[in-house]
Design a protein around this ligand. Sequence first.
Ligand SMILES: [Fe+2]
Length: 272
Amino acid sequence: MSLVYAGICCHAPGITNRPQAADASDLAELKKQFEMLRQEIEAGAPEALVIISAEHFGNFFNDNMPAYAIGMANYYDGPIEDPGWLGIPKVRVPGNQDLSRRLIQNILNDAEVSYSEEWKFDHGMMVPLHHVTPNYDTAIIPVNINCQAPPLTPLHRVYEFGMALRKAIDALPENIALLGTGGTSHWPCTPDSGKINAEWDQDFLRRWSDNDVSAMTAYSDEDILQDAGSGALEIRTSIAVAGAAGGQGEVRFYKPIPEFACGCLIATMSID
Ligand SMILES: [Fe+2]
């Protein structure tokens, strides 16, 4: 079968940690768009959801940091954070080791990846999953792109990874949905936390929606750090989705929400 859905969304922990801090109408629209995302993923009847996130040192650290890692387990526990703080109860998320293994084997024809049979999900996985698979009844295949600990994989390589992922998915008999989760501009864990460069975000989202590969991958990490903060290094997750989907993007929701310390985003991309 094939890739049946592609989208991206933010994973700001503030969405579940302090929802009341945001403007009520913004929060209501964000939740509405998450619900639409959930329905669209469900409509594709995927046998698994591949979720590409940017891990925050919960599982991978500088002693052995993979540029790309894929989960290969029958379950994943999360959240790794205190559930009372994150506002998401502890849960065992289903995986599918056999499907992961076949996906990884296919990807290795075109890209180098590492795998892990143990993975505890942090907010990067759990905030999106809490909204799009609230009953945790869909098998998840987690993918991590190192967006935290330089040297980072170059943006053009991320797009190519997305293409390799797509080819690997299409070679499987199962229907697969794909969701990328990462930030646009934000300055987490710094005195500038709460700052958002909405103009930079909108420009990136135009490049992403047009699936303009050269424009989307033209940023240097130094430029990103200067203009959009370390959190924007996570655009790698969105770029990988664009490489996989190959279509045109549609931004359903973008709103700077300083209380959540980022621009909140939900977008889909057609599959070409
Ligand atoms: Fe993040």
